[in-house]
Design a binder for this molecule. Structure first.
Ligand SMILES: [Zn+2]
Ligand SMILES: [Zn+2]
Ligand SMILES: [Zn+2]
Length: 109
């Protein structure tokens, strides 16, 4: 587990849940395009990063920018956007996160 990326912000457990989102399925962290750091959510970034968040562009979907907090696997943006769970460990992802995807990733108009 020592090679897992560091997740910053108000993390409350070792599956990247945070003070804002901590239900059973809130197990992913997002790497932000602006600073390259992982945070559990956009609110954690807003509180801790000290700068405005930048979304990943549509042309950057091949970047590994999503961390499964259950097993530590990093997913590409493209893989995450079509996944309902982690392809490596099978943990379910929060379906509500899709509503927040535009906070992290530019979406096709
Ligand atoms: Zn940032
Ligand atoms: Zn948070
Ligand atoms: Zn996983």
């Amino acid at each position: 587990m020592s090679d897992r990326p560091v997740v910053r912000g108000a993390v409350v457990d070792d599956m990247t849940r945070c003070v804002h989102y901590r239900s059973a399925v809130d197990i992913v962290a997002i790497r932000f395009a602006c600073c390259g750091e992982y945070y559990p959510c956009h609110l954690c970034h807003a509180e801790a990063a000290g700068h405005a968040a930048r979304q990943w562009g549509v042309g950057e979907r091949g970047e590994k920018a999503v961390l499964c907090g259950a097993c530590g696997t990093e997913l590409t943006i493209a893989a995450y956007l079509v996944a309902t769970g982690c392809p490596a460990c099978g943990s379910a992802f929060n379906p509500g996160c899709a509503l927040h995807a535009p906070l992290y990733f530019e979406v096709d108009p």
